[in-house]
Write a protein that binds this ligand. Structure first.
Ligand code: NAG
Ligand code: NAG
Ligand code: NAG
Ligand code: NAG
Ligand code: NAG
Length: 466
């Protein structure tokens, strides 16, 4: 039976994955013998970083020409150990070396002693960058700590190196580190310190880091011009520059650039772009813009044509990364509620109200007139207007029961003299000189509850006729 210790599994899987994913094809050969076949590279395991012509291949699937040389390393330098060749060349459709894989080390395996040790690096002074080959390029004069991570209770690892200089090695001093960091320190690195540094565990498992002390500079970056601002560490390999834009600007490009192993900045100096919101255009002639400022922090103020009101915000502001705080409002026609005819009265159909759409008679400025049935007096306003607030200028008038002025009889006068008489009122007639009302007592006309006189005013007769 095949029994595999747990810790071996990840190694095994990674090797399998790498073996499956680096595939060299012979396509093209049968078509034309003169075309040199390329090699395919696809579905690389995420832990592997492949570099071709010093450029990291990020495409998932790529065919490289015959003769192409790629550098392969593991992500997280020192935390994985590369098994296989760090450099491969495509020769007649096949890669020439052992297909690489990444093996986890102690920091990943919980410090068991069946995996190679992790090597971390620290730079208390100076700077460093990683080369495509996986070598650590260190700027001259730097202080470099190489930390071999190993459980001290399992024994002492050992540092060996290829340069012919001497280095201090030993367990770290600080309490938090002394039981698991076995250190080698390079003070004020010089070219002669270049070489391979290997940490071996008591069981003979090793991991190495290649150090390349090299004086590389990137082109100097001047103080950025406003509005861009930045903090520039320097232009030595491994140094960074960090950039910022003020509020209202968007940083276009990388906020953070680093001088790489090859003297090239990892990206260009970024730019600050003023943040603008998309310009607002009224979608309807009824909508008007009183103010239009689509800069960051600016606003657009809306209004509607006379007779219309806003449905939505009166203003919107350009915020964040160039978005309006709200959507554009619309204008809707202001209308008054349907007018209510008075009890015992009616609405006098106005020529505007006669139009097909009934609500047209309820637009701002529309006039509505009322009339009362005969025998009624209109109190209140006989005509009302639809105002801009969408309400009528006055309430519907009231039609009160009243008897009209019945008219003076010939040769006589009615008293009291009024336009309207309330129910219960009565009138008497005063005749002109020489005229009299009938002698026998006649009932005075009374205004009845239905607005009709109980009778006509008594006539005035000539004195002579009586
Ligand atoms: C890649 O970078 C290394 C180190 O800077 C340099 O020596 C080499 O010439 C470069 N190769 C290419 C193809 O640019
Ligand atoms: C590592 O050890 C911790 C604590 O002993 C445990 O919780 C964790 O599961 C271990 N991880 C692995 C990958 O073995
Ligand atoms: C800038 O980049 C360096 C190196 O990649 C990184 O250590 C640092 O955290 C970054 N800083 C910011 C502000 O992103
Ligand atoms: C637009 O608004 C911004 C932010 O409030 C302000 O700084 C700018 O002066 C305004 N532009 C104009 C033309 O009013
Ligand atoms: C403009 O808006 C008004 C009121 O909302 C609407 O009646 C009219 O049809 C709209 N006109 C256009 C061209 O969209």
């Amino acid at each position: 039976m095949l029994v595999m210790p747990d810790a071996i599994w990840p190694v095994f899987l990674l090797q399998l994955l790498a073996a499956v994913t680096v595939d060299c094809s012979r396509e093209g050969k049968q078509d034309n013998e003169n075309i040199q076949p390329g090699c395919k590279l696809e579905g690389m395991h995420p832990l592997l970083i492949v570099t071709y012509k010093n450029i990291t291949i990020s495409a998932d699937k790529i065919t490289l020409p015959n003769g192409a040389r790629v550098a392969v390393r593991c992500r997280e330098l020192g935390r994985y150990k590369l098994h296989g060749d760090s450099s491969l060349q495509c020769r007649n459709g096949a890669w020439n070396g052992k297909l690489p894989s990444c093996v986890p080390t102690t920091a990943i395996s919980n410090y068991t002693d069946d995996v190679p040790p992790t090597i971390l690096f620290g730079l208390p002074a100076g700077s460093a960058a990683i080369e495509p080959s996986g070598a650590l390029a260190v700027f001259p004069g730097s202080i470099l700590h190489l930390e071999c991570l190993f459980a001290r209770r399992l024994g002492n690892p050992e540092w060996t190196w290829t340069s012919n200089r001497q280095y201090l090695t030993g367990w770290a001093i600080a309490a938090a580190e002394r039981d698991w960091k076995y250190r080698l320190s390079i003070y004020y690195a010089k070219t002669q310190d270049s070489g391979v540094y290997t940490c071996s565990t008591p069981r003979g498992l090793t991991n190495s880091i290649r150090v390349h002390v090299v004086d590389v500079h990137c082109p100097t970056i001047g103080q950025p011009a406003a509005p861009l601002s930045g903090k520039i560490e320097g232009a030595r390999m491994g140094q960074s520059a960090m950039f910022k834009c003020p509020k209202g600007y968007r940083l276009e490009g990388a906020p953070n650039i680093t001088c790489q192993y090859n003297g090239v900045w990892s990206a260009e100096v970024p730019r600050c772009e003023a943040i603008l919101c998309p310009p607002v255009e009224p979608t309807n002639a009824t909508l008007q813009l009183l103010e239009h400022n689509n800069s960051h922090g600016g606003r657009v103020v809306f209004a509607c044509m006379w007779g219309y009101k806003l449905l939505g915000p009166q203003s919107i502001r350009c915020e964040g990364d160039g978005v309006w705080t709200n959507s554009i409002p619309t204008c809707t026609e202001i209308t008054c509620p349907p007018p209510v005819p008075p009890k015992s009265g009616r609405i006098v159909e106005h020529e505007r109200a006669n139009s097909r759409k009934r609500s047209r008679g309820r637009k701002v400025g529309a006039l509505v007139q009322f009339a009362c049935r005969p025998g009624h007096q209109l109190t209140g306003e006989a005509s009302i207007i639809c105002t801009e607030s969408g309400s009528w200028s006055h309430p519907t008038p009231i039609c009160k029961v009243r008897c009209p002025y019945p008219g003076d009889p010939p040769h006589g006068r009615i008293a009291p003299l009024k336009f309207w008489y309330e129910p219960g009122d009565n009138i008497q007639v005063t005749c002109s000189p020489g005229y009299v009302t009938p002698l026998e007592p006649v009932k005075r006309p009374t205004c009845r509850e239905n607005g009709v006189w109980s009778g006509p005013p008594p006539p005035c007769r000539s004195y002579k006729d009586v």
